[in-house]
Design a protein. Structure first.
Lengths: 113, 115
């Protein structure tokens, strides 16, 4: 069975500090991977997607970057956090880019002060 | 441009009641329609999706949804809700063959089930 693990579960960070959020998928080779951002009580906004190692496409510009250093790992990061980065970050994977069915991790809650 | 509209921000029902959560979409091409559930502070879980064929699709935990092309709708229903169904429900649409896995989510409907 496939599993998806996100870390950390929660972070409290200062404005201007760096950030790194991670996501690991086990049990599925070459998954399509996605990062979503959710404002508190809000809808979801896709940030990045990746179909293969080393290849990441940006969907929106939020002063964030993403990387896929390994087939089963997806990293979201920034060197300088903004207050607007606060929210809930969700990693997801899909069996096929065309199914419209994503499998989400449990998310990482980020609070920027 | 794809849009997904969930007209009800909140729906409150009693345990054992039936419920319908509404979703309307706007898109001109071939699409996938899906529903996800999010319990407080958790990730999203897939409930069901429609691709083609029978417009009524069955999902997990007794949920079903009906696609209507004429109404551009994909409403979610459950005949008898349980208190554990309390959560936020998101409708989503994605275009087949387009930007990879790009789901456009609605604003969500919070379902509150009173025991």
């Amino acid at each position: 069975a496939q599993t998806i693990h996100q870390w950390p579960v929660a972070e409290i960070k200062a404005v201007g500090s760096p950030l790194s959020l991670g996501c690991t998928i086990k049990g599925k080779s070459s998954p399509n991977l996605y990062w979503y951002w959710q404002a508190t009580g809000g809808t979801l906004q896709q940030l990045f997607y990746s179909i293969t190692v080393g290849q990441v496409e940006s969907v929106v510009q939020l002063n964030l970057s993403a990387s896929r250093p390994k087939d089963d790992q997806f990293i979201l990061s920034t060197e300088k956090l903004l207050l607007s980065h606060s929210g809930f970050y969700l990693c997801a994977w899909s069996l096929d880019e065309d199914t419209g069915q994503l499998y989400f991790g449990e998310g990482s809650k980020l609070t920027v002060l | 441009t794809q849009t997904v509209s969930q007209s009800d921000a909140h729906v409150t029902v009693f345990e054992g009641d039936s419920v319908e959560l509404r979703c309307n979409y706007s898109y001109g091409g071939s699409i996938y329609l899906s529903w996800y559930i999010q319990h407080h502070g958790r990730g999203l879980q897939f409930l069901l999706k429609y691709y083609s064929g029978n417009p009524v699709v069955q999902g997990v935990n007794g949920f079903e949804a009906e696609f209507s092309k004429s109404d551009s709708s994909f409403h979610l229903r459950k005949a008898s809700v349980h208190w554990s169904d309390s959560a936020v429900y998101f409708c989503a649409v994605s275009a087949r063959g387009s930007a990879l896995g790009r789901l456009h989510f609605g604003a969500g409907t919070q379902l509150i089930v009173i025991p």
